[in-house]
Design a protein around this ligand. Sequence first.
Ligand code: GRG
Length: 300
Amino acid sequence: MDIIEKIKDFAGRFNQGLDAYFPMPQTLDCRVVEAMKYSVKNGGKRLRPFMLCETAKIFGVEENVAMPVATALEMLHSYSLIHDDLPAMDNDDLRRGKPTCHKAFDEATAILAGDGLLTYAFGIISSDSLRISPQIRCRLINMLSSAAGSFDGMVAGQMIDLAVENSDLNKIQNKESVIKRIEELKTGRLLRYACEAGAVLGGADEKERAAIVEYSRKIGRSFQIVDDILDAIGDEKLVGKTLKKDKNQNKLTFVNLYGLETARKMSDDLIAEAKLALSVFGEKAFVLHELADYMGSRQY
Ligand code: GRG
């Protein structure tokens, strides 16, 4: 099985488990649960859950033990996409090739659906039904709060991104460090969480955890660079969202800053460095190696 098949195979198992997370209320509040379910089940490559489960496997953790944490992470990721698509943010009509949550429902419901998914993620990880010790669950919750939040987390990254978008690009000093910071927080923190949570679940020692974090930072940056490349020259049907928005909006992106060729080279170098970071794990990290190559060359 090549890596694309492995990810699809995993996504099949992941998707099968989703319905159980959405018991439908029989009262007026069912609309928000429908919107949550629509957004989580609305396609998606399931890369973060895959990364989490595959990292956990290196440390001998079974997939069905890691899966609820992976599901919580995907819920939180889906919340971020719903809110990012809102008119007040990126104002997108299409996500994963289908109408965005506020288009399929309405804006107020989409805001609530995002709120519901964010909150639910913490509920899932804190549940006593998980086969994970309370100490580890608590650590995973704390890490997720940092990764997603407003102090050096995803929300902070989104804020910086919006602030840059609303300012004159020519007046921004040191664009290079600003774009790297946005990537590190907005995109990187959840990808890092995916890997780090897998390591923490598996009781990794400090050296192992640091190696996994290093790997996740490298592929995270490459992921964002490839996202920018796809926005510039990708296939809209494959990517499933409106492309060339970055150029239209005069956004600070890796492609706008460095040009396509340099951006591609930066991504390739990061993938090579990511694989180097895995050397402490030897053969056990084979799938993470494959995943790094996939992240650098993905078409959607
Ligand atoms: C609203 C707090 C808040 C944050 C939004 C997710 C996000 C932050 C912004 C989305 C904009 C963007 C293009 C981010 C960069 C990369 C990214 C997160 C892409 C989407 O992830 P994929 O490709 O999506 O894994 P799927 O649909 O496969 O899950």
